[in-house]
Write a protein that binds this ligand. Structure first.
Ligand SMILES: Nc1nc2c(ncn2[C@@H]2O[C@H](COP(=O)(O)OP(=O)(O)OP(=O)(O)O)[C@@H](O)[C@H]2O)c(=O)[nH]1
Ligand SMILES: [K+]
Ligand SMILES: [Mg+2]
Length: 368
């Protein structure tokens, strides 16, 4: 039996099994098994063939945004309207057959927007080019799940399922769980909060399923059984996502208003430029990407305000160095920082490579 069939079998068994206290452990085991098979489906493939590997497009700019959606929702139209890159647009499905990168320049940042082929249901299981598309999504800093506002909202759930199946968790933080393997000593589970969605026994059952007999686990939030499996598997990607409903020129104002008030959602029309919705979308993308701008300053000179370095939130002086030149971090002696991240703001602080910068900081690097 192939992995796909095994997955189907487990999914069927899970669907048949009633959810209650008595079946909780069994369901936990099934879930763990399912997660293992799904991982198998994706990972070994990367050694033996192209399946499971994303499109080979060089990352460029300060952040990458991937367009994921069913065919003909307007992904290529969006790329063509927001960047200087043209991607073929047509009314028939699967117009785009490969990954096409474009660049959006906004507030001093260069954001790479990746137009991708449309996917179909079952993409994560290798249907069409879907697996390559969803694998490429894993390399993005932000995913735009693009939807056709004139179609049923079922499309959104189907896309979420495909992304979930390749280990992408949308708009979720990594569960606050510390997991350490040991060679002896059995299993220790410590919780700093009361668990209401899973329990000690379920967790132990899952650990046994993975043949993990010695480990320390520290749980610091009220996780679900699925969250725990994600922690064990360890290769999950937690990526921010915006749901982008296109073609609002073709729906009623009431429908549009309802969509616009859904969390993490932006409504646009690529065709009706008078809506100015694309400017709004880019602004929202910028916010979601959490970019920080840092200015560099040479000794005795004014900071260079014309050419900021754009980094992700949480970036350090080392990232700043790498943004200037690769050799800078190696020859680093010390740095000076002015701005919000300086302890002595408005005065400078002397900092090491590990110091975290904040938006609009000014940085001077001194080398050996
Ligand atoms: N009414 C309306 N039509 C749009 C809008 N944006 C795109 N379209 C049309 O939708 C059709 C599909 O657009 P594409 O950009 O090719 O869609 P795609 O998602 O790239 O499609 P694939 O590459 O085939 O997956 C084209 O006929 C576009 O003209 C919009 O805002 N409103
Ligand atoms: K199309
Ligand atoms: Mg296209």
């Amino acid at each position: 039996m192939g992995v796909v069939e095994k997955i189907k079998e487990i999914e069927e068994e899970m669907a048949r099994t009633q959810k209650n206290k008595a079946t909780e452990y069994h369901l936990g085991l099934l879930k763990a098994k399912l997660a293992r098979y799904r991982a198998q489906l994706l990972e070994p493939a990367s050694k033996s063939g192209p399946a499971g590997v994303g499109f080979d497009v060089q990352k460029a700019g300060d952040a990458r945004v991937a367009l994921i959606g069913f065919p003909s929702v307007g992904k290529s139209t969006l790329l063509s309207k927001t960047t200087h890159t043209a991607s073929e647009v047509a009314s028939y499905e699967f117009t785009t057959l490969t990954a096409i990168p474009g660049v959006i320049e906004y507030k001093g940042a260069r954001i790479q927007l990746l137009d991708l082929p449309g996917i179909v249901e079952g993409a994560s299981q290798g249907r069409g080019r879907g697996r390559q598309v969803v694998s490429t999504a894993k390399t993005a800093d932000l995913i735009l799940v693009m939807l056709d506002a004139t179609k049923s909202d079922e499309q959104r759930r189907l896309l979420e399922i495909e992304l979930d199946a390749v280990g992408i968790r949308l708009n979720k933080r990594k569960p606050d769980v510390v997991f350490k393997r040991r060679t002896t000593g059995g299993i220790t589970i410590n919780c700093t909060v009361k668990l209401t969605k899973t329990d000690d026994k379920t967790i132990r059952t899952i650990l046994a399923g993975y043949k993990l007999h010695n480990c320390d686990i520290m749980i610091r939030e009220d996780i679900t059984t699925d969250d725990f499996i994600d922690v064990l598997i360890g290769t999950r990607k937690y990526i921010q996502c915006l749901y982008v409903y296109n073609k609002i020129d073709a729906i009623s104002l009431e429908q549009m208003d309802k969509l616009a008030h859904t969390p993490n959602t932006v409504v646009i029309s690529c065709e009706m430029e008078s809506f100015l919705s694309l400017d709004h979308l880019i602004e929202r993308m910028w916010d979601e990407l959490n970019l920080v701008k840092v200015y560099t300053k040479k000794r005795g000179a004014q900071p260079d305000l014309s050419d900021p370095i754009c980094l992700r939130k949480g970036a350090t002086i080392e990232d700043v160095c790498n943004g200037v030149h690769r050799s800078l971090a190696q020859n680093y002696r010390y740095g000076l920082v002015w701005g919000r991240s300086s302890k002595f703001n408005p005065h400078a602080q002397k900092v090491s490579l590990a110091h975290q910068v904040q938006d609009e900081d000014v940085v001077s690097i001194f080398t050996k």
